[in-house]
Design a protein around this ligand. Sequence first.
Ligand code: NAD
Ligand code: TYD
Length: 337
Amino acid sequence: MSTILVTGGAGFIGSNFVRMVLTEQTDCIVVNLDSLTYAGNLENLEGFVDHPNHHFEKGDICDGPLVEKIIDDYSVEAIVNFAAESHVDRSIVDPGIFIQTNVAGTLTLLKAALDKNIKRFIQVSTDEVYGSLGEQGMFTENSRLSPNSPYSASKASADHLVAAFGHTWGLDYNITRCSNNYGQYQFPEKMIPLMINNARNGKALPVYGDGLYVRDWLYVYDHCTAIWKVLRQGKRGHTYNIGGNNEKTNLEVIGLILEKLGKSTDLITFVKDRPGHDRRYAIDSTKAMTELDWKPSVTFEEGIAITIDWYMQNTEWLDHIVSGQYEKYYESMYKDR
Ligand code: NAD
Ligand code: TYD
């Protein structure tokens, strides 16, 4: 038996990771620390909250004594840090909380990891720390960090701190940098679930700028399998890029969603661009594929079909998520666009 502390395990990727581990790894205990912000929801773990190998703790990663108590109480051996503020648009409106959670929160976890002799620390990071690409090329692990948004700047800061703890005090760590994820339980502030939700309700689809921004989309389960492999087989102190080798413009993705839902392209509405919008991301995952024998399990066409079907079969989850605060968020984020 091994015991891992997963932070942010009630969010989109974290909940998919927790579900995968509880389903596929019978010898792993998962302690899930999540403060349940607007993005965290125990409904994302439906059917797994009371799993015998799952222990949910509501709390903040910035709370050092709590983190240390959890490590002691459960004899935690490794930490996988998903907890974060994760939406670029929100970071442009209110960057402060991104520094608090993503930087100060990571620092708190790192200190606790060191004090408590944690065997391995996995920092779940993003390709956005590398900045934006022109028409050619891909990000490798050696690409220079050049973050452009407050979100990516906070994630890059956290990555530097993790590496500094490894360099200065010998903390055993890995950093994973993944491209854009899509799949079940993603909060509908992010592009794919937002467009699915609007399309199903016959609402306008707000496309930023010219819609020709490029993202490299990866199905969330495939991100989770990569993180598991890094946790088990990653080389000490190494960073691993994870991507789908699947570049699409936003208009291509939106076109697929409309086609699958049988909705008209007339719903597409071009709106004011995001300030500082990164033009293109593309990830070279050769290192993860060769060193860890990792590869995605589905193509984008398969993954997006599964995802759209899931949202259409889970309208109760979606309706619940978009009630209350979400309406206020949508109103304020899109009113001046
Ligand atoms: P999310 O916003 O869906 O979930 C974040 C979770 O963290 C929520 O459950 C929230 O309640 C929790 N949380 C926030 N602040 C906390 C705090 N102070 N203490 C404890 N819990 C807190 O995010 P996501 O999309 O699942 O992303 C997870 C991680 O993966 C993030 O670190 C993000 O930077 C990274 N990442 C995301 C993507 C993507 O496409 N979504 C791609 C690459 C990397
Ligand atoms: P998003 O899902 O916010 O991820 P990120 O900004 O971290 O890549 O956005 C994905 C792309 O979709 C990005 O180019 C911005 C664009 N986008 C829109 O055009 N309209 C929207 O309403 C949203 C949320 C995003």
